[in-house]
Ligand binder design. Structure first.
Ligand code: NAP
Length: 274
């Protein structure tokens, strides 16, 4: 019987996960389909219970449900420590949740810079994505600084890390970036339809900085354009992270090795045609 996978979130129409996972199923010849379901926070519990009853095999969870979803599932230890999930596996009968965002971002950064230990990393944002990314970087021995609009949220996040501090998005941000090796935008700033927005401009960057934007729509965000203008040599868009976190979910659900190249091509082709 055809297996059903999907993603829940709100809004959800923008998601490229269906295109990406369907390309993977096709490449491996699996009889499966991946659908997007718009689910509000109020309906989240019903949606997860309903998915189990309907025999759905696996779900991804996206904005704004990643933290709240923890209340409705058993989560493996890392996801519980992060405090957010993005993957639910229904194959054992009991829904088990995971967080693959951090795994995806770490793989991207290791490919870009090699070792993470000792690197000074400034992360913009303190939401679900920032939580997952900072958890893995902190565990790898990076010196993480969280910069967030709502300082209290940044304070809470860093209190769960080993070697991290936090700042606001004010004048001290520029000083911190000058002293950083890696800048990661883990906010939704710059995401479609607000393509002209960025929290950091070219004059705040230096050429040796690695600039990584987790936003993938558009592929080249305003932040990445500013990085180019500043002469930054290592610039990374959000597509690779999307593909690597999706690949990790795919592996959990299907126990198959995900066809990374086909998944990445499907996402980049879809973004070009939007
Ligand atoms: P979230 O939990 O809702 O967090 C949003 C973050 O953005 C918060 O830190 C929020 O600050 C900040 N923010 C939003 N609007 C802002 C503004 N106008 N000025 C300053 N800060 C602002 O969302 P999330 O799940 O972390 O996702 C964040 C982004 O990452 C989204 O664009 C999502 O698509 C992307 N993402 C990409 C991948 C990938 O694989 N490439 C994976 C996960 C997420 P406050 O705390 O002050 O509200």
């Amino acid at each position: 019987m055809k297996k059903i996978y999907g993603i829940i979130g709100d809004p959800i129409a923008h998601s490229l996960s269906p295109v990406m996972h369907d390309a993977a199923f096709k490449k491996l010849g699996l009889d499966a389909v991946y659908l997007a379901f718009r689910v509000s926070k109020d309906e989240l519990g019903d949606a997860i219970r309903g998915a189990k009853s309907l025999g759905i095999s696996g779900l991804n969870v996206t904005i704004p449900l990643k933290e709240k979803a923890l209340s409705f599932v058993d989560a493996e230890e890392v996801a519980r420590k992060i405090g957010a999930i993005n993957t639910i596996d229904f194959s054992s009968g009991t829904p088990i949740a995971y967080n693959t965002d951090g795994i995806g971002s770490l793989r991207v950064l290791k490919e870009t810079v090699g070792g993470i230990k000792g690197k000074k990393v400034l992360i913009l944002g303190a939401g679900g994505a920032a939580k997952a990314i900072s958890f893995y970087l902190d565990a790898e021995g990076a010196k993480v600084t969280i910069a967030n609009r709502t300082k209290e949220r940044a304070a809470l996040l860093t209190s769960n890390l080993r070697n991290a501090d936090y700042i606001g998005l004010d004048a001290e941000l520029g000083e911190h970036i000058k002293d950083s090796n890696i800048l990661i935008n883990a906010t939704s700033v710059g995401m479609h339809p607000h393509e002209d927005a960025t929290l950091v401009n070219a004059d705040m960057m230096h050429p040796e900085l690695v600039v990584f934007d987790v936003v993938y729509n558009p592929m080249e965000t305003k932040l990445l354009k500013e990085a180019k203008r500043a002469g930054v040599k290592k610039i990374v868009d959000g597509v690779k992270m999307l593909v690597y976190q999706g690949a990790a979910s795919f592996r959990i659900w299907t126990k198959e090795e995900p066809p990374i190249d086909a998944m990445e091509k499907a996402v980049r082709d879809a973004l070009i045609s939007i």
